[in-house]
Structure formats: C-alpha cells, structure tokens
Ligand binder design. Structure first.
Ligand SMILES: *Cc1c(COP(=O)(O)O)cnc(C)c1O
Length: 396
C-alpha cells in the first residue's frame, strides 16, 4: 500500500487521537526506518524512547521468534521462566527488591499509585492517600495517571479528576515542603521531565525529595519511563543521581519494542501487594518477557552505558554549534535524552527535519527532542546534525 492509501484507510477507521501522522513507516533496521515509498529516515526518537537498540535488533528478533514458537502466552496463574529471569536481572542491577509486571507506562504508574496507597493503609495511615506530583510532569493517559500528570491540557473535558493528588512546581523543594500534610503518602517525580521539555532538576533536588520522604515517612516514586534502561548512561536513571527511590516505574524501552511495563519496589513496600490486590492478564507474559530479557542482556553485554555517555557528550558538543545558525537558548539533558531549546517555535523545524530524513519531535513548543537508540555512533550524530542545520536553513 502507498502512504496515501494507508492514510485514507486509517483516517476513516481509526479514531483521530494522533492527528496528521505525516509518515507511514513499514520497515526498520538499526537506527533507520523506511516509509511505504522506500524513503529512508534516521530515527532519533526511537518510537518514543522505545527502540533503544534500534529497530529489529537481531538478538531481540531471535528471542521473540524462539519464544513465539515455544509458548506465547500463559496466565499469571502459573510461573513463567523468562518472567522470573527478567525480574532477577532487573533486581540484580537495582537497589530495589521485587517487581510487578504490566503492559505499559500508565499501568506501571497505576500500580505505583495503588501500592503507595496500600502501603500507607498497611502502616496504619489510612487517611494518607495523597500523592504530590510536579507541574509539567507526564505519567500516562488513564484516569489516575492523567490526574497525576500536572498539566491541565490533559485534564480538559475529562473532569472530575480523581481525588488524592496535589501539584507543585518541578525543581522547587520549598513548595514540596509546604505541600506535605498528614494526608500525603508519596511523592512522584521523573528524574528528567521528558515530555515536559527535557527539564533536568538542579543539583540537590532529588536528594532533597529523598530527605523529605524519609522525614515524613513518604514513598519516593521515580517515573523512569524514559530514563531507564540505560538512557542516562546507567542501568537505571536514578543511579546517575545516586538517589534511591522506594518505588520505580518503567516501560517504553524495557521490551525492546514489545509492550511491557514494570513497577519495582523495596521489599517492605512490595509486601503490600498480596494475592488479590493487583493483577494484569498479559502482564509479563512469556513473549514480552523473553523480548525484554534479550534487550536488557544486550545492553549489559555490549556495555552500552559507556556508549551512551560518550556519544551523548558528543551530541551535546556538536549541537551546541547550532547556536551559530539559530536562536538557541541551551542544549539540555543527560546521556542520550537531549533537548535543543529554541527561542523560536520548534514545531516547523521538527516537521522539516522529518521531511529531510530525520525523525525527531518538538515538545513544549520550543524544544527539539532527541532520544536515539543507545547503540548509535558519532557518525549518526553528524548525520542528524547535518539534517537539523539544513532544516533550520530551510525555515529561517
Ligand atoms: C510514556 C510515558 C508514560 C506513559 O507510558 P504509556 O506506555 O504510554 O502508558 C508515563 N510516564 C512517562 C514519563 C512517559 O514518558
């Protein structure tokens, strides 16, 4: 089918939640994807931070093929070997003790919200159900997670929101201290706000949240959907800050392109989930856990953390040169989660980049965001840079 044919069919039969999607992508290999007409694109978005090993990594493809021919799905009424191995690998690489599997980021945050409330009840604080979240955060699209997402544009038309959330500005410890009450049970925060504009917290912020949580007996929950695994240059993003959360959620890149989410917790917190308290039909099924296991093994075996740091630094250095071509405030982010912050509307630049063969996205109107596969080289960065500078020249 041609792009036009796919577009016509999709527009007629699929609800219009994504607007005009510009491309129909039909094939991928490494950091490249091809559209229905055979045009090639360098993918510096990786799904949205999903294809962290690039497209169709041979080890992930092989794991999926093998598992699909062996056992695709059984229910969580039974033990599942790749699920157990995946959990062990994640826990061995973390400071947390147990995990729960689901299918997406929003579901991982739902599980975190539920366990935070349940843990407070189990500790005899049944009126402590409120979770503090940050302005410009993003935590998902279910009712609880849009409520957790402190951006009114996601709430509009869906009110009333759920009770039990309060909002404070990101990277501001004083307002958090004032927002804590006897009803608070947890603080939920992204170590870097990605959707919100690649907002990196200042020195001491996450440490400060940790201290407040310890003082007031609150859980510190990190939403690491985009910062784990590997994207900041360590297995988990929190390890690059040296601040350990009580609960951590992840999804996106975890399954190497298959849908899986996970919520990890310290043992004392994990014990609040007992039979009957939470479940997911597909959560951690054999197929997706085999894919996730192959994904994580590859990151560790190939020690991609080093590559993330060196290529990430190179990207920052290289893209700083764009300041000669356009009004740019700063390049921010860590590892391979980076944003170029323009002083002009970046949406047309992002659209032009796609036309010129680079997949990227504009977030928060002014930020061009890059989340390339973790195994890219400096040559790919040069290629992306050339396309971005050409696109800027096309527009300005
Ligand atoms: C993408 C994302 C989510 C939601 O994940 P879904 O898999 O789309 O439900 C939640 N939090 C953050 C930080 C995300 O980037």
């Amino acid at each position: 089918m041609t792009t036009a044919e796919i577009k016509e069919m999709a527009t007629k039969y699929i609800m219009n939640t994504y607007g005009d999607r510009q491309l129909a992508l039909v094939r991928g290999e490494g950091p490249y994807v091809w559209d229905a007409e055979g045009n090639k694109y360098l993918d510096f978005l990786s799904g949205i931070a999903v294809n962290g090993l690039g497209h169709c990594h041979p080890k992930v493809v092989e794991a999926i093929r093998n598992q699909a021919g062996k056992l695709m799905h059984v229910s969580n009424l039974y033990y599942i070997e790749p699920q157990a191995k995946l959990a062990k690998l994640m826990i061995d690489n973390s400071d947390l003790d147990q995990c729960f599997f689901c299918n997406s980021g929003a579901e991982a945050n739902e599980a975190a919200i539920k366990i935070a409330r349940k843990y407070a009840v189990d500790k005899g604080r049944s009126s402590a159900y409120e979770i503090i979240t940050m302005h410009d955060s993003f935590h998902g699209r279910t009712m609880a997670t849009i409520t957790a997402t402190a951006q009114t544009k996601y709430h509009k038309g869906f009110e009333p929101m759920l009770p039990g959330f309060s909002y404070v500005p990101f990277d501001d410890l004083d307002t958090v201290a004032k927002a804590i009450t006897s009803q608070t049970c947890a603080i939920l925060v992204e170590p870097i706000q990605s959707e919100g504009g690649v907002n990196v917290p200042g020195e001491g912020y996450l440490e400060g949240l940790r201290e407040m949580c310890d003082q007031h007996d609150l859980l510190l929950i990190f939403d690491e959907m985009q910062t784990s695994p590997g994207r900041l240059g360590a297995f988990f993003g929190y390890q690059t800050y040296g601040v350990i959360p009580d609960v951590l959620t992840m999804a996106k890149f975890l399954g190497g392109g298959t849908p899986i989410g996970a919520m990890l917790a310290k043992k004392e917190v994990a014990e609040s989930f007992v039979p009957g308290t939470h479940a997911a039909t597909f959560g951690g099924n054999p197929l997706v856990t085999a894919a996730a296991l192959a994904t994580l093994e590859t990151i560790v075996e190939e020690d991609l953390f080093k590559n993330v740091i060196s290529v990430g630094n190179y990207l920052e250095e290289k893209f700083t040169r764009l300041q000669e071509l356009a009004p740019i405030k700063e390049i921010r982010g860590r590892g391979l989660l980076r944003g170029v912050v323009f002083e002009i509307d970046a949406k047309p630049i992002a659209a032009k980049c796609i036309e010129n063969g680079l997949i990227t996205i504009c977030t928060n109107d002014y930020v061009l965001r890059f989340m390339p596969p973790l195994n890219i080289t400096t040559d790919h960065v040069d290629e992306a840079y050339n396309i971005v500078s050409k696109s800027i020249a096309n527009i300005t």
